[in-house]
Design a binder for this molecule. Sequence first.
Ligand code: URA
Length: 252
Amino acid sequence: MIRLDRFLCDMGIGSRSQVKSYIKKGQVTVNGQVCTQSDYKLDECSTAVAFGGKELHYQRFHYYMLHKPAGVISAVTDRKETTVLNLLRDAPGKELFPVGRLDKDTEGLLLITNDGKLAHELLSPSRRIPKTYFVKTAQMVTEEMIHQLKEGVNIGNEKKTLPACVSRPEEASNPFLGDTENLRDSSLFLTIVEGRFHQVKRMLRAVGNEVVYLKRMSMGTLKLDEGLKKGEYRALSEEELRQLRELTGMGE
Ligand code: URA
């Protein structure tokens, strides 16, 4: 059982005081009847609650995949910069936050949720969740560079990076490689299982190259939906969530 105002807050309808005012004004119905009592207790699984005529299906936790564009920061709020949460203004769910960080100039997959436990598991170093990036580099990527990245490189901490998976994009099947652009020699897919600060950029620097473009393609079982334009987001499907839970040992 849950209070009506809490139900609406959890669904991201507004702050506690805002939802209390909506309830008072008669904008909320419970099983088809206007309910003006904020402390009305209901069974969140079986009660039909609607706000402004739109039925709400209760969910305590919310999960979104964002195609992060360059130029926004991986934070909840900021006084000056646009944050990834600013892009999810209309998304139901309170206290949403990004799972980990991408640099301001990095694009691609970012999971946004309010499920602290799942986020903690995904970010836990001991879980070694693989993250795959598409990387464009300033110089040609040599076989020697690939070998070093695979083995692990010194990026200035006491420990070398853990072995990474590295592959060159296949021209025929790769949407990043345009007809006129010969990027094959200066791009790669890199999968790492750590999340050290600026890790990919520092790894490429350590082998004598430089990242000029970075895009995260996947995190664990979750793959960036290429149907999402930069700045767009969507809720995870049940299957995507089930796979992530399974990966983190949180499956039923
Ligand atoms: N590694 C980086 O250097 N930057 C990112 O944004 C993500 C991984």
